[in-house]
Design a protein around this ligand. Structure first.
Ligand SMILES: [Zn+2]
Length: 186
């Protein structure tokens, strides 16, 4: 941030506001505190009979890899609306009612990832502008080596485990990447 989004001043400083305990970007002219908070990514695990709908990404990052339809929530929408919207934008698919399925915290990149299970209303879908291809996969067709994100892999793994019992509880967890290896000895 180079300019205050409230008054346009360039006099922005990093400091801990009175009564706070973390450094924030503060405008020295209008005294607005510009909080930065985690972003929510939401989407769906759409199913048709025993198959799952995946989208092949037409955008970076991870161009050409497969993902579940998901994206950043917009302001002024509910998390369910965001998940339905992303599924329509990326896969031109419409959904039956949604069931919350996973909530993952990704503290290293300040994101929260929320995915819903939902049946397709009908087996019709097509790639949206962010997808190269959209298709249904049975469990043994899932392109595990070509999934775009670890969150997608974890979501699908949980889903297939739960398919064995027929119980689909909400899974809440953290995704923290392994620590980077220590630097080599010189
Ligand atoms: Zn300002």
């Amino acid at each position: 941030m180079n300019y205050c989004s409230h008054c346009g001043s360039a006099r922005l400083v990093q400091k801990v506001p009175e009564g706070d305990n973390l450094p924030r970007i503060v405008c020295e002219d209008c005294h607005t505190i510009h909080y930065q908070n985690p972003k929510i990514i939401t989407g769906c695990l759409p199913t048709w009979e025993d198959k799952i709908l995946l989208c092949k990404r037409a955008i970076e990052p991870r161009y050409g890899l497969w993902t579940l339809p998901a994206g950043f929530m917009e302001n002024n929408e509910t998390v369910e609306q965001a998940a339905v919207r992303e599924t329509w934008e990326e896969a031109k698919a419409t959904l039956s009612p949604l069931s919350l399925y996973v909530v993952f915290s990704l503290p290293h990149i300040s994101q929260v990832y929320m995915m819903f299970r939902a049946k397709l209303r009908e087996p019709t879908f097509a790639p949206g502008t962010e997808s190269l291809e959209v298709r249904l996969f049975s469990q043994d067709e899932i392109p595990w080596e070509q999934l775009a994100f670890f969150t997608i892999r974890r979501t699908l793994t949980l889903f297939f485990q739960d398919c064995q019992t027929g119980q689909f509880p909400v899974h809440v967890g953290d995704i923290i990447p392994p620590a980077s290896p220590p630097p080599p000895h010189s």
